[in-house]
Design a protein around this ligand. Structure first.
Ligand code: MG
Length: 456
């Protein structure tokens, strides 16, 4: 964390008791409380991390010291807490989570009254209160109260069920393997799927904040146990959640793990068939598969900068009801315009039940893309000028400069060139109909970037 910065891409994150201490958490709580104002109602909860209760107590102390009334929900997935903020008409919320980071990390996310994370502008306001010591404490007789709020996970489960065809899902008798990474996804997904008539087998199901089963980031290399379990017991599907269960990655009946673009494209197709012309929101880092699918089924594609808060805000701004990211985050507006792992799982099962097709059949009909990635070193102080120079060079092509530079070519290949927000590097991400073309793109643009760098 730099001198005047607390928030990263998704809230405040840090190594427990090194970068993020209880002392800081109290001050962050008081800063958030000052930002919202006295007598406001804020919901607080945490994920399964060992430091969750400690940080929740610290944040609650800070909030109540500024006169905010805290409703404490205990342990819950991030989307469950977000839904409860909206459902209980809270003024906002605070979630203690480090999402997909390893167990030694924790973090603090701030939620606005609509259930969406606060905007970056609002985060700067909180940072200014924190760093300029503008905290306004309440008088001793105006301190906030803390009350328990039980049952939010069940309310969340019942809310999700309203959006799908319960009879069709029940009649399909799906067998689903759930891998909750020993975290909060295990509190909601298994009971939700069981209530929908699915048979559930769970792995990494016990809550354990040391995450002994696998790392909480659902990446193909950490989902071997899930894939082999699905295959061995002949289940219909496997689902893996990240640490706070807002993202979900899926495995088909053959044990094949799919990156989030493929499952998002399945959901887009069915959504556009039912909602012709609808707007679909996705970051510019998403695969050409998303562009192809939206075009094929006559939707309106809206690109955004990379980041889940940006997708949520854009959905709100343009009145879109579906958004998604390649990392397994799907935003289903009729439920809530935030990433929601359990909602995504149920949407997929609903499509499998309605079409009678397996997950592998649904993926098989999609166009295939091959991916190549690279990174080149670039000092932080040269990032802006390098981006400007490469943007000038590719003018006239089919280009988007929403976030970095993305170029689409007529042969359906594409490349995204983006400076990293955290490291002194530029990242290149190419896609093409064959591996050679993708490799050629990455190599070609890497050397162009290096050449420009020599001149600046
Ligand atoms: Mg997450």
């Amino acid at each position: 964390m730099s001198a005047r910065k607390l928030f990263g891409t998704n809230g405040i994150r840090g190594l427990v008791n090194v970068e993020l201490t209880p002392e800081m958490a109290i001050k962050v709580g008081s800063s958030i409380g000052t930002f919202f104002g006295k007598e406001k109602k804020l919901l607080v909860g945490y994920d399964a991390r060992t430091s969750g209760p400690m940080f929740a107590k610290a944040v609650i102390a800070g909030l109540t010291a500024t006169g905010c009334n805290v409703f404490f929900a205990g342990m819950a997935p991030t989307p469950s807490l977000q839904f409860a903020v909206k459902n209980h008409k809270m003024d906002g919320g605070v979630i203690i989570t480090a999402s997909h980071n390893p167990p030694e990390y924790n973090g603090i996310k701030v939620i606005w009254s609509d259930g969406i994370e606060t905007s970056h502008e609002q985060e700067v306001e909180i940072e200014n209160i924190y760093f300029d010591n503008k905290i306004v404490f309440a008088a001793w007789d105006k301190l906030g109260a803390k009350r328990e709020l039980a049952g939010i996970n069940d309310e969340y489960i019942q809310a999700i069920k309203k959006h799908v065809n319960k009879t069709k899902i029940a009649n399909a008798h799906f067998h689903v393997v759930v891998d909750a990474a020993n975290s909060v996804g295990g509190l909601t997904a298994p009971p939700l799927l069981r209530e929908l008539g699915c048979k559930i087998t769970s792995i990494n199901a016990n809550i354990d904040g040391t995450f002994p089963g696998r790392m909480p980031e659902p990446r193909p290399e950490s989902l071997g146990d899930l894939a082999s379990t699905v295959k061995a017991i002949k289940a219909d599907m496997g689902v893996a959640f990240d640490g706070d269960a807002d993202r979900s990655i899926f495995v088909d009946g053959n044990g094949v793990i799919y990156w989030g673009d493929k499952t998002f494209a399945i959901i887009i197709k069915q959504y556009l068939l039912k909602n012709p012309g609808a707007k679909i929101v996705t970051p510019v880092s998403s695969s050409t598969l998303i562009k192809d699918t939206v075009e094929a089924y006559k939707g309106e594609l809206i690109w955004t900068k990379v980041g889940s808060v940006t997708v949520s805000q854009k959905m709100k701004e343009v009145g879109a009801n579906l958004g998604g990211e390649e990392n397994g985050g799907v935003f289903y507006g009729p439920h809530q315009a935030v990433r929601d792992g359990a909602m995504t799982t149920v949407l997929l099962l609903n499509i499998m039940a309605e079409t009678g097709q397996s997950l592998s059949q649904l993926v098989a009909e999609q166009p295939q893309y091959f991916i190549e990635k690279a990174k080149i070193e670039c000092p932080d102080d040269k990032k802006e000028i390098l981006l400007q120079k490469i943007t000038e060079q590719v003018k006239g092509e089919n280009v988007s400069t929403i976030d970095g530079v993305k170029i689409w070519f007529s042969d359906a290949s594409a490349i995204l060139i983006r400076p990293s927000g955290t490291e002194p590097v530029f990242r290149l991400y190419a896609e093409a109909k064959n591996q050679e073309k993708a490799l050629k793109l990455v190599e070609g643009y890497s050397s162009r970037l290096k050449k420009i760098l020599e001149t600046i």
